[in-house]
Design a protein around this ligand. Structure first.
Ligand SMILES: CCCCCCCCCCC/C=C/C(=O)SCCNC(=O)CCNC(=O)[C@H](O)C(C)(C)COP(=O)(O)OP(=O)(O)OC[C@H]1O[C@@H](n2cnc3c(N)ncnc32)[C@H](O)[C@@H]1OP(=O)(O)O
Length: 303
């Protein structure tokens, strides 16, 4: 399903050459682990490893930005590029999104991208976050999130943008939109995605409390679709993918678009305003202090 031309243009304008070239191996392929026949060659970049299996039409896309897959500008950019590459290759019908970092699926926004940064950088960063959400939320591919670690805030929104979510049954792997605990708030399109997934009352409570749900509660509230033992997450994601790929693509894509277009259009109609709101909000002294304090607390935790 083609994104609005404006979004495609924004994506290209956004994907600055340096962000693509900095330490990436974009376009270079290497044999996938375990060899494999044609079409089993890995590709991707420094922070995103794509293991395509042309025979099944399914690719595994691994976030590889240690230690916690914090969504840096480069990771956001590389995720968009890798997803676009798979969407443009008609060999592929589905992508399993997972983490290559132990214990963490994705730690959300990289706070160093908005702490102590100038408004122009915050604006560029936020446009990249918008683009990734639009790209995943409206993707023509079947996206299955194989959540093999902690999944707070921005990581949760990536998982929510997928068509379904499989979470490892580890009480440390909590998932949710915890922005209020950092003194910030989720923008309307994150709220809309939450409401579309777990309903209005559950979202209203979880957003205000900044709830991070352990697996059993995440399943119960509908934030994830399956909770399985850690060593069964990938195989379960593959089985779930097979269930979705049993449906003819065109009918499924039209239905997905019918369900999601209004939510995405709401951002597309006011993308610049959303960016300006984000920048003026996070650049406030009080918010900067709150984010710095949160980062400090994170860094001291290991002490
Ligand atoms: C009004 C209009 C609207 C305005 C909207 C404004 C705001 C919009 C916000 C959009 C929504 C998204 C928000 C976010 O995503 S904010 C980030 C939220 N993320 C978190 O709260 C997670 C924080 N991290 C953790 O809880 C743990 O790190 C985690 C459980 C993920 C892993 O724990 P573990 O013990 O394995 O690892 P450490 O905690 O030791 O961390 C290792 C190092 O990584 C650093 N780190 C962790 N998370 C982040 C992060 N999100 N950004 C940057 N850096 C991070 C951590 O400090 C450690 O660093 P050092 O090794 O240097 O100590």
């Amino acid at each position: 399903m083609a994104l609005a031309s404006g979004v495609r243009f924004a994506a290209r304008a956004l994907l600055r050459p340096w962000a693509l070239l900095r330490g990436t191996t974009l376009g270079r392929t290497e044999p996938a682990a375990g060899g494999g026949g044609d079409g089993a060659r890995r590709f991707g970049s420094q922070r995103v490893l794509v293991e395509p299996d042309a025979a099944s039409g399914v690719a595994v896309m691994k976030l590889r930005n240690p230690p916690v897959n914090a969504l840096s500008l480069e990771l956001l950019t590389e995720l968009v590029i890798s997803l676009e590459k798979l969407e443009n290759d008609k060999t592929f019908r589905g992508v399993i999104l997972t983490s290559d970092c132990p214990r963490v699926f994705c730690a959300g926004l990289d706070l160093t991208e908005i702490c102590g940064r100038n408004p122009a950088h915050c604006a560029e960063y936020w446009k990249a976050m918008q683009e990734l959400w639009l790209r995943t939320y409206l993707s023509s591919l079947v996206l299955v999130a194989a959540i093999n670690g902690a999944c707070p805030a921005g990581g949760c929104i990536i998982a929510l943008s997928c068509d379904c979510r499989v979470l490892a049954d580890n009480p440390k792997y909590r998932i949710g939109l915890n922005e209020t605990l950092l003194g910030i708030i989720a923008p309307f399109w994150l709220k809309d995605t939450y409401v579309n997934t777990i309903g209005h009352r559950a979202s209203e409570q979880a957003l205000q409390l900044g709830s991070l749900f352990p697996p059993a509660e995440a399943l119960q509230v509908g934030l994830v679709d399956q909770v399985v033992p850690e060593d069964q997450v990938q195989s379960t994601a593959l089985s779930e993918m097979a269930r979705w790929l049993a449906v003819p693509d065109h009918a499924r894509q039209l239905t997905k678009n019918m369900m999601r277009k209004a939510t995405a259009d709401r951002l597309l109609r006011q993308r610049d305003a959303d960016t300006q709101n984000f920048v003026s909000f996070v650049c406030r002294d009080s918010i900067q202090k709150s984010l710095q304090a949160y980062l400090e607390k994170l860094r001291q935790r290991k002490g």
